[in-house]
Design a protein around this ligand. Structure first.
Ligand SMILES: *Cc1c(COP(=O)(O)O)cnc(C)c1O
Length: 475
């Protein structure tokens, strides 16, 4: 076991002053957790077809399935709900949200949507023609789905380091400019309606992209007249990494960094369920008046009127307040600091996971746990199941199941990364919960040799990871 003093665990991220940090908020309301026995969990797991998405939350103890919409709102946000203006058209809360996005992200026009994928659907329908190509710094499940459904082929142009769990590169979310240039040369700029840049990159483990890289992507694409749309879901977390790692930005307020970052893009899709610390909501924003007009036409078909887009007035209010709260540097340090704390605990026991630790979770390397399993025996799916069985902690597969099948050949995509994601909801769990999580991961690691693979017994047609069912293979 590597030695980490108590102090070093509590001060990581702030090594310069050797004093502990703590969350810049305190608890006002609590929600009881559900404790279960191993026997109950075994039964629940079998009923859920070994898919953690299919577990009822009443059977879950610490829920790290996702940081999406699982956030704890502040007293201000709850108070904001009472300010909900539920007018069908022209809600006061829409104007508040629009102004907040304009000030904090810098985008001119806002189209609210029910959540991130609503924005992706609209953006993809507006910009993509059949036969187009969309490059991105690694795919995201719903994003790529909407791109492909509108007739585009997705191209991963992320740097190679992103696919290497042992690389310690600090900006694994970066776009590989050569890969992007090669694609432009190959298919032609007129076949590339936009470059889709995500920050941080969820599927790479919450890895950031640097300001310098985005600026370079901007310069390259501008030469070819290709716009950039940002997946801004966790762009504030990305801003924190830039403030910690990038020359010229060290110690700068994340609010300033975010605004400059967005200035290199033409607009963004957003899941309000992540950075903005709410439970539902999203938006599409753009600086392009024509794209805005088109998107505003489509939003009334798929989401709702252009001043609510599937959200209640109160939801828009809570999101506007949450955006400002999330742009607080102390808050963001504690958010990412909690994830790092969990990472440090796991590192002590040499547990294989993606490093450097990203913004929103720990991504366990299932291949490192179960080298005896073939990827088509779904090692990450099994590791998530084992973790639940051990302690009632719920995590999620991010490997071959999530990657789905090739739309042309029908074969499984075989992603290099076969991961289990322990995602940390914002402001929900304490450091003691992180201790419990780390100990359970360690228990699974100690028992790794005897674990069998899985067979898929039911496979849905779209986004299969949500509802697929599995059975353990005979040992
Ligand atoms: C969650 C997420 C989305 C989709 O947003 P929803 O609100 O879940 O529809 C898109 N991109 C990234 C990077 C995400 O994490």
């Amino acid at each position: 076991m590597k030695e980490h003093s108590f102090t070093s665990l509590h001060t990581m991220g702030q090594q310069q002053d050797r004093r502990s940090w703590a969350e810049p908020y305190k608890i006002k309301a609590v929600e009881p957790l559900h404790l279960t026995t191993r026997e109950q969990r075994g039964k629940a797991l079998a009923e859920a077809g070994y898919n953690t998405f299919l577990l009822p939350s009443r059977d879950v103890y610490i829920d790290l399935l996702t940081d999406s919409g699982t956030n704890a709102m502040s007293d201000r946000q709850w108070a904001g709900l009472m300010l909900g203006d539920e007018a069908y058209a022209g809600s006061e809360n829409f104007y508040h949200l629009e102004e907040t996005v304009r000030e904090c992200y810098g985008y001119e026009y806002l189209v609210p949507t029910h959540q991130g994928r609503g924005a992706e659907n609209i953006l993809s329908s507006v910009l993509i023609k059949p036969g187009d190509h969309v490059p991105g710094n690694m795919y995201f499940t719903t994003t790529r789905f909407h791109q492909e459904r509108n007739g585009a082929t997705f191209h991963d142009v992320i740097v190679d380091e992103a696919h290497d769990t042992s690389s310690l590169f600090e900006f694994k979310g970066n776009v590989d400019l050569d890969k992007l240039q090669r694609l432009i040369d190959e298919v032609g700029a007129d076949k590339i309606p936009y470059v889709c840049v995500a920050a941080t990159v969820n599927m790479a483990g919450g890895q950031p992209i640097s300001m310098a890289n985005l600026r370079a992507v901007r310069e390259l694409t501008a030469r070819h007249g290709i716009p950039i749309y940002l997946d801004a879901t966790r762009a504030m977390e990305n801003a924190l990494f830039i403030s910690e790692r990038e020359d010229g930005y060290l110690g700068k307020p994340i609010a300033e960094i975010l605004k400059e970052f967005c200035s290199y893009t033409d607009g963004a899709t957003m899941s309000g369920k992540k950075d903005p610390i709410v439970n539902i909501g999203g938006w599409l924003s753009t600086n392009d008046r024509e794209v805005f007009e088109e998107a505003r036409n489509l939003v009334v078909v798929y989401e709702g009127l252009h001043t609510y887009g599937g959200m209640a007035g109160r939801d828009m209010e809570a999101m506007a307040i949450g955006i400002r709260e999330a742009l607080n540097d102390d808050y963001m340090k504690s958010r990412v600091g909690q994830v790092r704390y969990l990472g440090l605990l796991l590192e002590q026991w040499d547990i294989p996971f993606v490093k450097p630790v990203g913004g929103h979770g720990i991504f366990l390397d299932a291949r490192g746990f179960y080298p005896h399993l073939d990827q088509e025996q779904f090692p990450a799916q099994m590791l998530a199941a084992q973790l639940y069985l051990d302690s009632g902690i719920r995590s999620m597969e991010r490997g071959i199941v999530s990657a789905g099948r090739d739309t042309v050949t029908g074969e499984h995509h075989h992603p290099k990364l076969e991961l289990v994601r322990l995602t940390i909801p914002r402001r929900v769990y304490t450091q003691a919960h992180m201790d419990v999580v780390a100990e359970s991961v360690k228990a699974c690691f100690d028992q790794r040799a005897s674990v069998p693979g899985l067979a898929m017994t039911y496979e849905p047609k779209y986004l299969r990871f949500f509802q697929a069912r599995f059975e353990p293979l005979p040992t």
